[in-house]
Design a protein around this ligand. Structure first.
Ligand code: SF4
Ligand code: SF4
Length: 284
């Protein structure tokens, strides 16, 4: 089963929920946690132990043979991403803008284009607990193509009994890539007007993708009517409420997990997993 955890904006506690869920479930089953927030991965802060193996992530970019190129400009006209711009001596590539679609190679009438791999990031694999594998995608500084790094991290995670995918915040391409093939989604929010706005966006994305989902209200002050009303209207179950609590905040601030320190919280996160599994069962 693959569970994606997302939120419409950063700072809602999405990674904390992912890390607590991963820790709690790893006590009883094989869990793989994948940090898909490749621009700012942070799950490793909660799980610092274990040897780390790394794999580079490469994307294919075109190389033009100047001896074969006749300066026709077909490749540049084809490239909808503006990655190939014609100059006096031939097409010039802006590698950061290349989406590796390989179309320029196909349209070149001179077969002047070949390809080479270009490193854009890495995937790290560690085993910080006996039941937990942690896979972290990291995009190199200055790179903008997060989806290939996420895809690679997910490919490596394919063997586990349960995979938890910690998405980047927002609803842009990296989130869509994270959600591909997810069996269920947990939407983490806060009981504020901003929280509601971002929850609306996230709920729309998972609905469009046909992924069953439930809501976790984080840092609740007990006045959750705003979120509750929205969830009722959209038939979105609230599957967990985490209170605003100084003790929880202190534990998180020092990079620890409430479920590691307090077994009753570990049980609550196991219950969250059961409710999330039920969401998937309900649509089958
Ligand atoms: S399509 Fe081929 S021949 Fe034409 S400009 Fe591009 S590389 Fe050169
Ligand atoms: S591979 Fe695609 S995106 Fe990259 S330069 Fe060629 S046409 Fe443009």
């Amino acid at each position: 089963m693959r569970i994606a955890i997302l939120s419409g904006k950063g700072g809602t506690g999405k990674s904390t929920v992912a890390a607590n869920l991963a820790f709690s479930l790893s006590q009883t089953m094989e869990v793989t946690a994948v940090d898909c927030d490749v621009e700012e991965p942070n799950l490793h802060i909660f799980f610092p132990d274990g040897d780390v193996a790394e794999e580079e992530v490469l994307t294919l970019v075109p190389i033009v043979d100047p001896d074969l190129c006749n300066l026709c400009g077909e490749c540049s006209r084809f490239c909808r991403y503006g990655a190939l711009v014609m100059g006096l001596n031939g097409p010039n590539l802006n590698p950061q803008m290349c989406h590796s679609c390989r179309g320029c190679r196909l349209v070149c009438p001179q077969d002047a284009i070949t390809e080479k791999g270009r490193g854009i990031g890495k995937v790290s694999i560690s085993h910080p607990l006996s039941g937990l594998t942690l896979i972290t995608g990291t995009l190199n500084e200055g790179e903008v193509m997060a989806p290939p790094v996420i895809k690679k991290a997910k490919e490596i995670s394919n063997s586990g009994q349960l995979t938890i995918l910690d998405s980047s915040p927002g609803i842009a391409c990296p989130v869509i890539e994270t959600l591909q093939d997810a069996d269920a989604a947990i939407l983490v929010t806060e009981s504020t007007p901003f929280g509601l706005h971002d929850l609306e966006l996230a709920a729309e994305v998972v609905k469009d993708m046909g992924i069953p989902s439930g809501v976790v209200i984080n840092r609740s002050d007990g006045r959750d009517q705003l979120i509750g009303t929205f969830c009722k209207e959209k038939s979105l179950p609230v599957i967990m409420t985490i209170p605003f609590d100084r003790k929880i905040a202190q534990v998180q601030n020092r990079g620890d997990l409430i479920s590691r320190l307090d077994p009753s919280w570990s049980e609550k996160f196991q219950e969250l997993y059961r409710k999330t599994s039920d969401l998937k069962e309900a649509v089958q």
